[in-house]
Design a protein around this ligand. Structure first.
Ligand code: GDP
Ligand code: MG
Length: 168
């Protein structure tokens, strides 16, 4: 039986929780300081969708996003994308559009989910619920809200993406 392997790229401004999300999903851990990333290009996790084995390879950017220096190798062959921003960082929300364009330029149209991370910090929220919905709709993406810290919706994001890829 053939196993499906999906490359998923996780993009968004520095500090929104991308590395934490990958570590949470693939290793089940969360740390406050996750700057010095994993030292490998990606982590992986195997799941089952409708009886099909799916191997998800989650690619991390190792901090280059802050220098606008993400290489083509990072995007090459990606099947799906997580576009992440932080509940407490308005600039990261405003940057969604340009991240979407970057991915589109390298990968074409691939299944993409916008993730509003850090919803455990709603008391410090700087993005209105309506504008988040509006921007997501304008970019043609589903919006999901998550807390990597509290482990809310992280698994759901990757299951939804994998299911989308299998349906295509
Ligand atoms: P990256 O630059 O996008 O890879 O972001 P990191 O994964 O390095 O996370 C940046 C900081 O945000 C770290 O201190 C994380 O511990 C923290 N962080 C990540 N996710 C969450 C979350 O859901 N809630 C809270 N409160 N902090 C988070
Ligand atoms: Mg990182």
């Amino acid at each position: 039986e053939l196993e499906v392997a999906l490359k998923v790229v996780i993009v968004g401004d520095g500090g929104v929780g991308k590395s934490s999300m990958i570590q949470r999903y693939c290793r089940g851990t969360f740390t406050r300081d996750y700057k010095k990333t994993i030292g490998v290009d990606f982590l992986e996790r195997q799941i089952e969708i409708d009886g099909e084995e799916v191997r998800l390879m989650l690619w991390d950017t190792a901090g280059q996003e802050e220098f606008d220096a993400i290489t083509k190798a990072y995007y090459r062959g990606a099947h799906a994308c997580v576009l992440a921003f932080s509940t407490t960082d308005r600039d990261s929300f405003l940057a969604l559009h340009s991240w979407k364009l970057k991915v589109e330029n390298e990968c074409g149209e691939i299944p993409t989910i916008i993730v509003q991370n850090k919803i455990d910090l709603m008391d410090q929220c700087v993005v209105g619920p309506d504008e988040a919905e509006l921007v997501s709709r304008a970019l043609g993406c589903r919006l999901m809200r998550a807390s990597v810290k509290e482990d809310v919706n992280v698994g759901a994001v990757f299951r939804a993406l994998a299911a989308r890829c299998l349906a295509d």
